[in-house]
Design a protein around this ligand. Structure first.
Ligand code: SF4
Length: 500
């Protein structure tokens, strides 16, 4: 490790210092992206045991494959694209081959290697534009091809990082970079405006890498798809408790509650009286600590079961987010009664399938869903205004079951998916058996053209919603909500009478 960081280091950037014993020394564009996603993933990239990374699931492999195909399609649509040739992983040779292509003034260079130790960048595209530079009467700007429908800050920062490396080669910082998004639109990245942010990121990375206690894993939704989740999940950390501020964690640590386990024995009332943190913060932290220790949800508050009074219907929309495809819509009453499934085998039939779902929803009683319904309905209504009156008719009836479940229980991990939530309740809940994201993958079924599988998946998701309603009804705090439930029932009856 070099002790002092160079002021005007490589590419004019101050390189983060990498402590002895790290498995790697290079700072890459994906590391910058990863750092904005989760600082701890950068720590693990330097110090983690690569053999402990989890393999990709079939769904993740398919996602990556589709990303590569999308990128190849975009590159194939461009004229005059050259790619540097060099032996695999010989980035010095790759950098020399890239410089040659740039000096020749090729219109586009794909997968060019920009190397200025310890920085390494391989952007998807370098595009020739007018304007003097060391290369001649032209220079290049950097672009990345993304599968997302909207630009993310991490993607923009990768482009800024690559632009700084490119600036050293061509003797000129490009004014802008670009991101080519999923639907082919180009998003401009202003390099100079974001330059100082890149420097701050490198500063922060330096601090994290040198921190004496190392970095610690947190827990958020990103962890569910992260290859390091087995490593991070091996010890229940205080950082896993959601919603705690840094100051609150410091108070816990000062009072001897360094580990989540210790919080399981805390007495929220007594500790709240001490005045450092309110009783509610202690109680919330303790509930989550217990959930972490038990590996299952812990009841926190009486559930709002009054939202589930009346003639229930369950609704699901199967979605493949990569292609924004909605191949199946389904609705059922409790017990799987009156199951109705509406398949949309191609994008052109989605509106009709959604319309059919809306009509099958009836005009009274709660419409229970797993969190996706309003978003999907509104996005369709924006694109197809003729759907707006149907969607409006459902407003006020939909009930986000996951929001009720999360409000009533502390979970040992962030849960978004009803299937995962149910699996965590374990035996007796209806969620027995391992949660299998591939088994629940809409993308894989669509890929295989498995229409029966989509129908079966929709049924299973409807059953999951129903099982979660039973879990809420069996909540130990439900007694306290009897009055609220009675009020809810009276309100539902009044609604029924009014609708009759
Ligand atoms: S599992 Fe979570 S905390 Fe660990 S590296 Fe991945 S995203 Fe970060």
């Amino acid at each position: 490790m070099s002790g002092i960081r160079e002021e005007g280091g490589p590419a004019g950037l101050r390189a983060p210092r990498v402590p002895e014993g790290a498995r790697r020394h290079r700072i890459t564009g994906s590391l910058i992206y990863g750092f904005l996603h989760c600082e701890h993933s950068v720590h693990l990239a330097f110090f983690g045991d690569p053999d402990r990374r989890l393999p990709l699931s079939e769904e993740e492999k398919w996602l990556r494959e589709r990303g590569r195909r999308h990128e190849a399609r975009v590159v194939a649509s461009l004229k005059g694209v050259a790619e540097p040739e060099y032996p695999a992983r010989d980035f010095e040779a790759g950098a020399i081959a890239t410089r040659k292509l740039l000096a020749e003034g090729r219109p586009f260079v794909s997968q060019g290697v920009l190397l200025r130790e310890p920085f390494l960048g391989i952007p998807d595209l370098l595009r020739r534009v007018e304007g003097e530079s060391r290369l001649g009467s032209f220079h290049y700007e950097v672009g990345d091809i993304k599968s997302s429908y909207a630009a993310r800050s991490g993607q923009a920062m990768q482009v800024v990082f690559y632009s700084r490396l490119l600036a050293e080669i061509q003797g000129r910082t490009p004014e802008r970079g670009f991101l080519i998004l999923r639907e082919g639109e180009e998003e401009s990245v202003p390099i100079r405006e974001l330059d100082s942010v890149l420097e701050e990121i490198l500063e922060e990375m330096d601090r994290w890498l040198l921190a004496p206690s190392g970095s610690r894993p947190h827990r958020d939704y990103a962890c569910a798809g992260c290859e390091w989740r087995a490593v991070c999940g091996s010890r229940a950390d205080l950082y896993w408790i959601p919603g705690l501020t840094r100051a609150e964690r410091e108070v816990f640590a000062e009072l001897g509650y360094e580990e989540a386990e210790a919080l399981c024995w805390a007495d929220p009332r007594r500790l709240g009286r001490r005045g450092r943190l309110p009783e509610s913060t202690w109680a919330r932290a303790r509930h989550h600590a217990l959930a972490l220790r038990e590996g299952r949800p812990v009841p926190t508050h009486p559930p709002r079961v009054e939202d589930l009074v009346g003639e229930l219907r369950f609704a699901v929309v199967l979605e493949d987010a990569f292609d924004r495809r909605f191949p199946f819509f389904a609705i059922a009453r409790p017990g799987g009664e009156s199951f109705e499934g509406f398949e949309a085998p191609d994008p052109g039939s989605e509106v009709a399938a959604l319309e059919a779902l809306c009509r099958a929803s009836g005009d009274r009683g709660p419409l229970v869903h797993g969190g996706e319904l309003p978003r999907v309905l509104y996005s369709f209504a924006v694109r197809h205004p003729s759907l707006a009156p149907l969607v409006r008719r459902l407003e006020g009836r939909w009930v986000d079951l996951m929001s009720l479940v999360r409000g009533a229980y502390a979970f040992p991990e962030p849960v978004r998916h009803p299937g995962r939530a149910l699996a965590l309740f374990g035996p007796g809940s209806g969620g027995e058996g391992a949660w299998d994201p591939d088994g629940d993958s809409v993308a894989l079924r669509l890929k295989e053209g498995d229409s029966k599988g989509l129908r079966a998946l929709a049924r299973r998701r409807l059953e999951t919603l129903e099982a979660l309603v039973s879990v809420l009804r069996a909540h130990p705090g439900r007694r306290k909500t009897a009055a609220a439930e009675k009020a809810g029932r009276a309100a539902a009856e009044r609604r029924l009478e009014a609708g009759a």
